[in-house]
Design a protein around this ligand. Structure first.
Ligand SMILES: Cc1ncc(COP(=O)(O)O)c(C=O)c1O
Length: 377
């Protein structure tokens, strides 16, 4: 359609770019958002279109607390929640409120590459801490703490982007203990916490706010629609007060106030929970399709673990392989992936790549992987 805005980096027609970490059109719930919007606007009061209170609309925060109590299996309360414009905006705000230019922050190695840019925008210096199949490596974290004093550690505990793994419960607790001992904050990006396809992951950091060290970031991008630009921070009241002291919040009040009314209706009317069940079923099938296709085409060529949630498979090839230069060839074969090096704060991991199963159905996933195979001959 002429003039249609899709998204930055949208693939040309016919291309199956498995590098895209965004939901497919059939999983973006137009009817749900219409229904929730109608419920809101049918009885909307003028003040609901005004600036909202800084932490977010009280009724939205109460509904969200109920949703998280259920979803995380642990009591959440409205007074530990703070509305955000999604995790990207929350990362930006946290970089301003909880760090100063020139500070060091720890990031996982690998980690979500767009977060690197947000931190660097604020003059923060990144130090990478490696992860393994059980999440962030505690020995490596201890080691880095002998020579750095980070303002915060940025971690993606459940269904990591790009790694797909979960940090074990024991390690989450060790991280909290280290944060207390060395006085740093844990910026936990829990964007995939509720997107599990079999058993639930270990407890969210959002359930550990009593430590006064946790800033847990959640978002409706992966469980409803990225375009809502709505999320939340779950933290202690002391840290929440620091967020509310920011000039940006002081000037504009509640972030994305109107979206929050719509999502409150989606929660209260049970629409969000049903949608989440639909997403889990759809993504579970796609994980299976991707894993099978990888076994068909890549057995013996690369190593990967089948993820239990989230969006991603992380593949590791022999050290002699460099995936970044293969992206151009992949484009010609009408397929695509994200190369490993972009997820490294040190420009390493060039022998790895990330695939997402969120943007395509099972048939396209199988075809996209078959198209990738000749790149590695
Ligand atoms: C780990 C991680 N954090 C944050 C985001 C972006 O979140 P939001 O849309 O809430 O800004 C993504 C999206 O891909 C992500 O994978």
């Amino acid at each position: 359609m002429a003039g249609t805005v899709t998204f930055d980096g949208a693939p040309p027609p016919g291309t199956i770019n498995l590098g895209i970490g965004q939901p497919s059109a059939d999983l973006l719930p137009v009817d749900l958002v219409r229904q929730a919007s109608e419920s809101f606007f049918d009885n909307a009061q003028p003040f609901e279109l005004n600036y909202g209170v800084m932490q977010g609309d009280e009724r939205f925060l109460r509904s969200l607390a109920g949703f998280l109590t259920e979803g995380y299996g642990s009591a959440a309360t409205a007074d530990e929640l703070f509305v955000t414009g999604g995790n990207s905006q929350a990362l930006d705000l946290a970089s301003v409120v909880f760090a100063n230019p020139g500070d060091t922050v720890f990031v996982e190695e690998p980690s979500y590459f767009l977060a690197f840019q947000i931190f660097r925008d604020h003059g923060l210096k990144l130090v990478g801490v490696p992860v393994d199949d059980d999440g962030i490596r505690i020995d490596a974290l201890r080691h880095e703490l002998t020579s750095h004093k980070p303002a915060f550690l940025y971690t993606i505990p459940s269904y990591h982007n790009p790694g797909g793994q979960c940090t074990s419960e024991a390690r989450r607790q060790q991280v909290v203990e280290l944060a207390k001992k060395h006085d740093f904050l844990i910026l936990a990006d829990e964007v995939y916490q509720l997107l599990y396809y079999n058993d639930a992951p270990p407890p969210a950091y959002g359930t550990m706010t009593a430590s006064n060290r946790v800033v847990s970031l959640g978002s409706f991008s992966k469980i409803l629609a990225p375009g809502m630009r709505l999320g939340w921070i779950q933290t202690s009241s002391e840290l929440r007060n620091r967020l509310m002291a920011s000039g940006f919040i002081n000037s504009g009040g509640s972030i994305n106030h109107i979206s929050s009314h719509i999502v409150r209706h989606a929660i209260d009317e049970g629409l969000l929970v049903s949608h989440l069940a639909k997403l889990r079923g759809a993504y579970r099938g796609r994980v299976e399709a991707m894993d099978e296709a990888l076994h068909t085409h890549f057995d013996g060529l690369a190593a990967w673990a089948r993820p239990e949630g989230g969006y991603f498979f992380w593949m590791r090839f022999d050290d002699s392989v460099s995936t970044s230069p293969l992206r151009e060839k992949a484009r010609k074969l009408e397929t695509g992936f994200q190369s490993g090096d972009v997820f490294s704060s040190k420009g390493q991991l060039g022998n790895c790549l990330r695939l997402s199963f969120a943007h395509y159905n099972a048939e396209d996933i199988r075809e996209g992987i078959a198209r990738m195979r000749p790149l590695f001959d």
